[in-house]
Write a protein that binds this ligand. Sequence first.
Ligand SMILES: [Zn+2]
Length: 277
Amino acid sequence: MEKLNHLKIIRVPIPTPTLLPHTTTNCYLIGNNQESILVDAGYDKVETKIELERAIRENDFAIPNSIILTHSHPDHAPGVRQLTDWTPVVYCHHLEKQATLTVISPWNEISFLNDNDSIKVAGEDINIIHAPGHTSGQLNLFIPSKRVLLAGDNIVAEGTSWIGPPDGDMTDYIHTLNRLKQLKLTKIGPGHGDWVLNTYEHIDFVLNRRLYRENQIKSLLKEHLQLTSTHLTKIIYEKLPHPSVFEVAKRTTEAHLIKLMKEGSVTQQDSYYSLKD
Ligand SMILES: [Zn+2]
């Protein structure tokens, strides 16, 4: 009798030029020696394939027959180009189709996964969640037998994800986090950094940070009457970790402003924002 080979989930950090403080992007192998899939493909560099195939060997996995991309950003999707000799089926959400095809070209075959889809890997169910926020077509995966959530860039291990237009939407993001909180979770596999074990605490930390930022923006607009998103960002982030992060921080501020405008508490005239009275 062959020994039962249970499903395993392995985090494989791939070196990438991503946003500080993170220096790697996580790929995840799910499966066993009979069948496996890969979640996210990292950066388009030979090291991506070397690292993945090392992890496959060390953990006794079959070569993945599918690659599921959580989103099309350059540190998550273009690594598909390095993995074409696996002849994988590549999946994304249909809202990321164009952006994904652009970054994985010349690979031009793509399949789609939708909210509430379920796939089987090594005999176990994996639930697909359409989890917009960081990007509109963000896909998250939930493995009920392990209570593991792979959260793409909706969750990062250190600090908070950046959410900015045009891809990101703060209203969607808050909805998504509240939905993910309903899952029975033991571990979250983030887009960057180590496994998150204090799952609910971490999601609450992110929700509270966003709420704090939103209130801060409202009180700054109250105090200054009108401000541009650049001014707001300069006041909010007095001590940015690195100057290269300013543009990203500004887009996160704008994502908050868009949410507040949708809710009717802020208005915009030219590049100035003010509280609606
Ligand atoms: Zn991203």
